[in-house]
Design a protein around this ligand. Structure first.
Ligand SMILES: [Zn+2]
Length: 338
């Protein structure tokens, strides 16, 4: 086992007091270094950016005259997959469905609906069963694509407009091509360069039972990252699983239960929008990489609410968060029952 260095730097800023600008107060600031990538994150104190109440979503989630993902329209408004990938046409598991993506983000891409029978499914209703159906569908589609040739695959989600989603009906998307994405390639490359046997096994061993640890179910270990990329970030590592196509039905069930627990926690924290990604390990298989699922919350679906992405995140590759990973872990741990 190689040691994981959890490095942080404490800074003290001297700033005028908000309500009394002639008074100078000292405010602590922590800069944490990600042990794998060296990327830094700032944990700020004082300003709480988190919402104190849930915004009213009723206008946003009202059923529109036409939604291609609702059950009454989906057969008419979406296509079917090439028979070379799957003979299922549209891949349906329970109330979920995976259909071809009309947006060409990748050589092969799909859109998955958690539930076609409901136009909107709020965070507390994204049950483990709904998520499991969705993820089983994505695994089936990914296996079909990889039967053509091995490639980079990821499954990803936007939820509500602040996260970049153009359609309200809750969905996720998969992408498959020979190039992957910047973050995906970097994760695999850094994993391969790790001096120990597996960074991910070493991380789990170092974090298990600690303040960022949430729990473990089968091969799925759940924790918050030392140096987050975004707000309320949670990770699930499928230890020893190199690619999406290697997920067993047990892995999917454990991952789905985890995802549902995080969605429920976000609901309790008055959050309404998120992005998540599940990064496949790419066409050159490596047992030094383990599948990573990562979620961050996004700004609330509230008119004129500030973006959570400032120049720090967009132009400096540096997250600035006001809730510590340890506090996020404590919040999710309460709902993580497995
Ligand atoms: Zn709909």
């Amino acid at each position: 086992m190689a040691d994981i260095a959890f490095v942080q730097h404490e800074i003290t800023a001297r700033v005028p007091e908000l309500t009394n600008p002639t008074s100078i107060i000292e405010v602590p600031l922590t800069i944490r270094i990600d042990p794998l990538s060296g990327r830094s994150s700032r944990l700020i104190t004082g300003t709480k950016l988190a919402p104190t109440e849930r915004p009213d979503l009723s206008a946003l989630i009202a059923e529109p005259p036409f939604c291609p993902f609702c059950e009454s329209k989906i057969e008419m408004a979406t296509g079917i997959f090439d028979a070379a990938i799957t003979d299922e046409g549209r891949i349906r598991r329970g109330a979920s469905a995976i259909v071809p993506n009309v947006m060409a983000y990748s050589e092969f891409s799909s859109v998955g609906l958690y539930d076609t029978t409901r136009h909107f499914v709020d965070l507390d209703e994204l049950t483990a069963e709904r998520v499991e159906d969705l993820m089983n569908g994505f695994v089936a589609y990914t296996k079909g694509v990889h039967a053509l040739r091995p490639m980079w695959s990821s499954v990803n989600a936007n939820y509500l407009p602040p996260s970049g989603s153009s359609l309200v009906h809750p969905h996720a998307q998969s992408a498959h091509d020979d190039f992957g994405t910047s973050t995906q390639r970097r994760l695999v490359q850094l994993s391969n360069e790790w001096s120990g046997e597996s960074y991910w096994s070493d991380l789990i061993e170092a974090e298990e039972g600690g303040p960022r640890w949430i729990g473990q179910s089968g091969r799925v270990s759940v924790l918050t990252p030392w140096a987050p990329l975004g707000f309320h970030e949670v990770w699930a590592i499928v230890d020893g699983c190199e690619d999406i196509t290697d997920l067993t039905e047990y892995d999917v069930a454990d991952l789905a239960a985890t995802m549902s627990a995080v969605f429920g926690t976000y609901y309790e924290l008055n959050l309404t929008s998120f992005n998540w990604a599940l990064y496949g390990g790419g066409p050159r298989r490596s047992d030094k990489y383990s599948l990573l699922w990562r979620i961050v919350s996004r700004s609330n679906a509230d008119p004129m609410y500030r973006s959570d992405v400032t120049y720090f995140e967009k132009l400096h590759d540096e997250a600035m968060v006001d809730t510590t990973p340890e506090a996020v872990a404590a919040a999710v741990r309460d709902r993580f029952t497995t």
